[in-house]
Design a protein around this ligand. Structure first.
Ligand code: NAD
Length: 379
């Protein structure tokens, strides 16, 4: 298999998520990092590109310069990852899709549902791929949950409990720290803070494993620290189109909670429980039966979970491997795009522009419901 040419925008030196992308994309050896506009500061971005082994003629100071130069090359990029701050995602994704590139955009895909709908339409017209990095859906045991639910092991899904509650913005003394403050500033963060930033992963996971989408929601937003204009805690109830009720709690003030992403699904025939901080075990309780622990690496897991698992049972894999599964799916789809072959159907599980669109709809509906004292709001 020839390597796929890969470029990055954002994710420069010292960024939070840039290194995870580079580790994940490199894991299986499918992608070669050959171009990038890594930083808001052009000189720093070019110097960083050099340190990553990107040749000087493909180290760009600005994404527009990168778009123009890369569009003219014969050895075009097969994939462009966008790991810049949220407010830039729409403009950059749109420009690269319209120029015929495949895109993996960090979440959130856009700042509004209308922009996300446009990206969905542009993606369809372009025939290219637009993935959104809801990377936690790449965990093998999350894919196991999805496979078990699709297989009917739980029967009809009655209830989903999703949480992404951490405690890292709980210190009132820290509220003015610029890295914290912008997240609660409507001008920079939009209509929601902790739901849009953290809870949205739990929302995507609930939809991903259940195969359902929401029809309506009722939200209670609270700002519990200082004079924050946006919520630092939220409880949202959803009704899903397959009949499931979903209860989602997200918080940034839950002192003592670390990453805090958990997912429980309860059906007529049994229940599943998974925690991101202990991703190697999935708890499965059949109705009237004992709880069993399914281990990542067990040989009798679903083919989706086996495909997503890299190292032997009993050795922790973790988040970069989960993200690597998104890149593995994309490599499969992009190689099929190159050769005209059909991709492995299991590779189509990666989060797509439609998922980004549903997230933006949920954020807007939750913000409007919270303003109306939790009124049930249609999606
Ligand atoms: P960060 O501030 O740590 O890093 C952003 C990087 O982008 C910096 O290197 C900056 O110089 C660069 N940059 C900014 N504007 C740019 C521009 N116009 N052109 C080129 N480079 C530019 O941010 P972060 O925490 O790494 O977050 C980046 C994105 O990733 C955000 O959208 C965030 O929501 C998302 N994120 C996703 C996850 C996840 O689990 N999927 C986790 C963390 C962050």
């Amino acid at each position: 298999m020839t390597k796929l040419n890969w470029g990055m925008i954002g994710g420069g030196a010292g960024s939070q998520i840039g290194p995870t992308h580079r580790i994940s994309a490199g894991l299986d050896g499918h992608f070669l990092l050959c171009a990038g506009a890594f930083d808001i500061d052009p000189d720093r971005g070019k110097a960083f590109a050099g340190s990553l082994g990107v040749s000087a003629d493909r180290a760009y100071g600005d994404w527009r310069e990168m778009l123009a130069a890369e569009s003219a090359r014969d050895d075009r990029l097969d994939l462009v990852t966008i790991a810049t701050p949220n407010a830039t995602h729409y403009e950059i994704s749109r420009a690269f899709l319209e120029a015929g590139f495949n895109v993996l955009c960090e979440k959130p895909l856009t700042m509004t549902a209308n922009e996300a709908r446009e990206i969905v339409e542009i993606t369809k017209e372009s025939g290219k791929v637009c993935a959104v990095n809801y990377g936690y859906s790449g965990y093998p045991l999350v894919r196991q949950m999805r496979a078990m639910i699709a297989n009917g092991d739980l029967g009809k899904i009655r209830l989903i409990k999703a949480e992404f509650a951490h405690g890292f913005h709980a210190d009132a003394e820290e509220a003015d720290n610029p890295r914290v403050r912008w997240r609660y500033d409507p001008a920079q963060a939009g209509t929601s803070a902790v739901f849009a930033d953290a809870g949205i992963h739990a929302f995507h996971m609930a939809c991903f494993v259940s195969g359902q989408t929401p029809t309506e929601l009722s939200a209670d937003f609270a700002s519990l620290v200082g004079d924050r204009q946006l919520e630092d805690d939220a409880m949202i109830n959803f009704h899903f189109n397959g009949g499931a009720v979903c209860r989602l709690w997200t918080s940034a003030v839950a002192v003592g909670r670390m990453h805090g992403l958990t997912l429980q699904v309860f059906g007529e025939k049994g229940g599943l429980s998974w925690q991101q901080q202990h991703p190697e075990q999935l708890h499965w309780t059949p109705l009237n039966g004992r709880t069993q622990i399914l281990e990542r690496g067990d040989s009798d897991l679903s083919e989706q979970a086996v495909r997503a698992s890299r190292i032997p049972i009993g050795h922790a894999e973790g988040m970069p491997v989960a993200f690597a599964n998104i890149y593995m799916d994309l490599a499969d789809v992009l190689n099929a795009q190159r050769t005209g072959a059909k991709p492995d159907p299991m590779a189509l599980d990666f989060p797509q522009a439609e998922d980004g669109y549903w997230s933006m709809r949920a954020i807007e509906a939750a913000a409007s419901s919270a303003k109306a004292n939790g009124a049930w709001t249609k999606l």
